[in-house]
Ligand binder design. Structure first.
Ligand code: BV8
Ligand code: ZN
Length: 245
């Protein structure tokens, strides 16, 4: 039996599925990845780990807004690809009693593809959060000249509602991820270099709980050795194949 057949077999028998995704699932939509493929994301000479770090919000909030405005513009020009759509169709088909998408991506492409149960583990590029009262605002509703956006509740300055390096993952995201990892029969890990903590612990928790772990990635990652199957290839080609009934 081929490796992909083994995975299809496991999916056919599964009632609870966890899909963990990273920048690689959006690569074929044209959203640049951060690592791998020789390109490390650098902008205005700064590596993205510096740009997307907690201290930048204190040090240079206007620059943080320029960085995220630049990336949001790129993301808005992109469409979900066959990989996002295959995951959304699997959820909407009802063939799984439970299907949870946990994405490290902030691009919103899973939701635009139709996925409903999506945990944005690192937040969203489409919302701003008040530094003083935590109020959220849809950035599309804010004039691009208004930077930082002003909070409609307390008039405080707002920041992008994303989890930066050195910041805590939202507690509800951690709880949902833990429940999904402990309850899933199959854990699909798609398009992540598996270097960012604590997201990279999720597949290990699923494995400890007896889940069948499948990686979809054109390259090997530090997670590959812990997977039951690692399918070498692109998400937009492999995911429709995996979910085909
Ligand atoms: C925290 C939002 C603690 C912002 C992001 C030293 C060792 C270990 C850990 C650390 C350390 N030093 C610091 C840490 C912790 C740090 C961390 O893990 N750093 C890493 C870099 C070592 N983590 C944190 O800081 C986290 N917080 O730990 O808090 C704490 C505790 C208490 C109190 C306070 C704090 C927060 C991490 C979240 C950071 N935010 N994003 C933004 O987007 O700007 S992370 C960022 O990286 C993105 O979210 C991205 O999604 C994520 C992970 O990257 P990937 O998604 O994997 O993308 P990547 O480009 O790396 O890989 C793409 C993959 O796709 C490749 O494998 C490629 O082969 C594959 N691919 C390419 N094409 C395709 C494909 N696959 C399929 N199909 C294709 N077509
Ligand atoms: Zn406020």
């Amino acid at each position: 039996m081929s490796e992909i057949q083994r995975c299809r077999d496991r999916l056919r028998k599964a009632s609870s599925l966890l899909v963990l995704t990273g920048a690689g699932i959006s690569a074929e939509s044209g959203v640049p990845t951060f690592r791998g493929g020789g390109g490390a994301a650098v902008w205005r000479g700064m590596p993205f780990e510096v740009l997307s770090s907690a201290r930048m919000v204190e040090e240079d909030l206007p620059l943080v807004w320029e960085w995220f405005d630049y990336r949001r513009e790129k993301v808005l020009a992109c469409e979900p690809n066959a990989g996002h759509i295959a995951v959304a169709e699997a959820e909407l088909s009802g063939r799984f009693a439970s299907l949870t998408v946990i994405t490290q991506n902030i691009d919103g492409l899973h939701q635009r593809a139709g996925s409903r149960k999506v945990v944005e583990y690192h937040g969203s590029i489409h919302t701003a959060r008040c530094l003083d009262c935590g109020e959220l605002r849809d950035i599309a509703s804010v004039d691009v000249a208004e930077r930082p956006p002003g909070c409609l509740k307390c008039a405080g300055p707002m920041r992008p509602n994303v989890v930066l390096f050195g910041e805590m993952i939202p507690l509800d995201a951690i709880a949902t991820a833990r429940d999904a990892a402990t309850g899933c029969d199959v854990c699909l890990v798609v398009g992540t270099s598996a270097v960012v903590y604590p997201a990279n612990e999720i597949p290990l928790a699923a494995r400890r709980n007896g889940a069948f772990v499948v990686e979809v990635n054109p390259e090997e990652t530090p997670l590959t050795a812990s997977c039951d199957v690692s399918l070498r290839g692109n998400a937009a080609a492999i995911l429709p194949e995996l979910f085909r009934e």
